[in-house]
Design a protein around this ligand. Structure first.
Ligand code: FAD
Ligand code: NAI
Length: 476
């Protein structure tokens, strides 16, 4: 029986990074993963993120943005392209190529770092002295490996909607939404969260009529509401996404006529029939087949594996990270927990600050933030000051043809320490890193204001917002 220092279950961005870091630290490491590629004929490492999440969605967002730009933006640059055509199957083929390249890259990284990659479903069997026994099952064939430490990184799956079953033909979860090879004429989306907005944007840009039905009365409740309101206006008024808030779903039928959704909104009953319906109402932790109950691995009331602040479960030397534990369901959070756990096993003292984890929504304009929103600061009774600045007069943004959006810096009224940075605008997914760095180093808004920012760059808007927090904006 093979013995390891560390066995990781799951090779998503949490698990594969944990395995690589553990191996780098000198541990004999194996990583078990049951993921298969789109064709279903070969193992595919990388989990949700690489196969059916972050990476494929960003590939489609880029393709659809190019199509939209060729149709609507090129002309003002003096570029005539004639009749612009769109081939959805080709876009999906390009996306699949990126996925194959990156998932293959992890295989290479495992080889390079001497991580043993085991294909199959991993489950906790029990203890043999100081060691954990983990069963690996592949098409009925079972083997057992032993390890001193086990890191559970089994991720999450789409939250099901009790009203309708996902068939990934007409009613789609994230996998189906990322694999449409024809543009649906009418696309319905349940949930105006991150997936709903990103996928809704993709298919809207390439020609679908998109209606998003959201249960909450507030749009993007977790985001700073000034930014959320600006986003709502752009998405609905300028881009033509129909977003209905405060919706109560009554019935969904999937038949030869399409997918018919009956719902109530603002006291009125409505019915819409769509060619395709995406269900994106959040994700739930995945512990299926892990034998958590059998070994007494504790979960909380929502099904997440219970961990302490350092990702220790209730079982000795069993750790859990990523989407399967509390905290935001984000790839970078999963990876950083993976690194931290491997380093803790090695006796180091890593620290992961949940207050400085950045959030990004890859719509156009993008939305990004780090730290507290104004609503949170008010609720907590924290006195703060704020500075805002827009992209409208930013030279780089004008050159890019994307001069829309706002950056807001929130700082403590007494100490000037940066408490939150919120953005909507071009490439703010990159710009938010400066906010993260500032908060991580306990910077003041004055620190950002005194740092030289290159000209002309989008980062000058953050600079200006920091100046505005001190009431000395130069361009405002
Ligand atoms: P996963 O990535 O879910 O990986 C878990 C792995 O464990 C899988 O490979 C699975 O096959 C394997 N597994 C499960 N059970 C077993 C078992 N018993 N035995 C063996 N293997 C098992 N996050 C971002 O930060 N940025 C984004 O832009 C972003 N975009 C997203 C877009 C979409 C459409 C979706 C759905 C998600 C997106 N996310 C994004 C979220 C991100 O994908 C997750 O937060 C991240 O993948 C979580 O990583 P993980 O390692 O915890 O789990
Ligand atoms: P989400 O939590 O972002 O949004 C789900 C939305 O569905 C919420 O607004 C919720 O109020 C709504 N909802 C729930 N039940 C409903 C119902 N019955 N009817 C109508 N609306 C309902 O979840 P989403 O979009 O499914 O994404 C899952 C997770 O994946 C995200 O929370 C995020 O962690 C991750 N993700 C991250 C991305 C990024 O970082 N750019 C991109 C995509 C996903």
């Amino acid at each position: 029986m093979s013995q390891f220092d560390v066995v990781v279950i799951g090779a998503g961005p949490g698990g594969y990074i944990a395995a690589i870091r553990a191996a780098q630290l000198g541990f004999k490491t194996a990583c078990i993963d049951a993921g298969v590629n789109k064709a279903g004929d070969a193992p595919a490492l990388g989990g949700t993120c690489l196969n059916v999440g972050c990476i494929p969605s960003k590939a489609l967002l880029q393709s659809s943005e190019h199509f939209h730009a060729a149709q609507h933006d090129f002309a003002e640059h003096g570029i005539t392209v004639g009749d612009v055509k769109f081939d959805a199957a080709k876009m999906i083929e390009r996306k699949d190529g990126i996925v194959t390249k990156l998932t293959g890259g992890i295989k290479f990284l495992f080889q390079k770092n001497k991580v043993e990659s085991l294909f199959g479903k991993g489950s906790l069997k029990g203890r043999n002295g100081d060691l954990w026994q983990v069963e690996v099952e592949n098409k009925g064939e079972k083997s057992v490996v032993e390890a001193k430490h086990v890191i559970v990184a089994t991720g999450s799956v789409s939250r099901p909607l009790p009203l309708i079953e996902i068939d990934n033909v007409n009613v789609l979860d994230n996998e189906g939404a990322l694999n449409l090879t024809e543009v649906p004429k009418k696309l319905g989306v349940i949930g105006s969260g991150v997936i709903g907005l990103e996928m809704g944007s993709v298919w809207k840009r390439v020609g679908s009529e998109v209606t998003i039905l959201e249960a909450m009365p507030t749009f993007l409740a977790a985001a700073d509401q000034q930014i959320a309101k600006e986003a709502f206006k752009v998405f609905t008024k300028e881009q033509g996404l129909v977003i209905e808030l405060g919706v109560k779903l009554n019935e969904i039928k999937n038949d030869k006529n399409g997918v018919t959704v009956s719902y109530e909104v603002g006291g009125a009953a409505k019915t819409e029939t769509f060619d395709k319906l995406i269900v994106s109402i959040g994700r739930i932790p995945n512990t299926e087949g892990l034998n958590a109950e059998g070994v007494g691995l504790e979960k909380d009331e929502r099904g997440f594996i219970k961990v302490d602040g350092e990702c220790r479960t209730n079982l000795p030397n069993v750790w859990a990270i990523g989407d399967v534990v509390r905290g935001p369901m984000l790839a970078h959070k999963a990876s950083d927990e993976g690194v931290a756990v491997a380093e803790r096993i090695a006796g180091q003292k890593p620290h992961l600050d949940f207050n400085t984890i950045p959030f990004v929504i890859y719509t156009d304009p993008e939305i990004a933030w780090v730290g507290k929103t104004e609503e949170q600061l008010k609720a907590e009774g924290v006195e703060y000051k704020k500075g805002t600045s827009g992209f409208a007069a930013n030279g780089r943004a004008l050159g890019l043809g994307k001069a829309k959006g706002t950056v807001k810096v929130l700082a403590c009224a007494k100490t000037d320490r940066v408490l939150g940075v919120h953005m909507i605008g071009p490439m703010v997914s990159e710009l938010v890193a400066e906010g993260v760095m500032s908060m991580e180093f306990s910077a003041s808004s004055e620190d950002i204001a005194r740092i030289v920012h290159a000209h002309p760059t989008l980062s000058e808007v953050l600079h200006e917002a920091a100046l505005a927090a001190d009431k000395r904006a130069l361009h405002g």
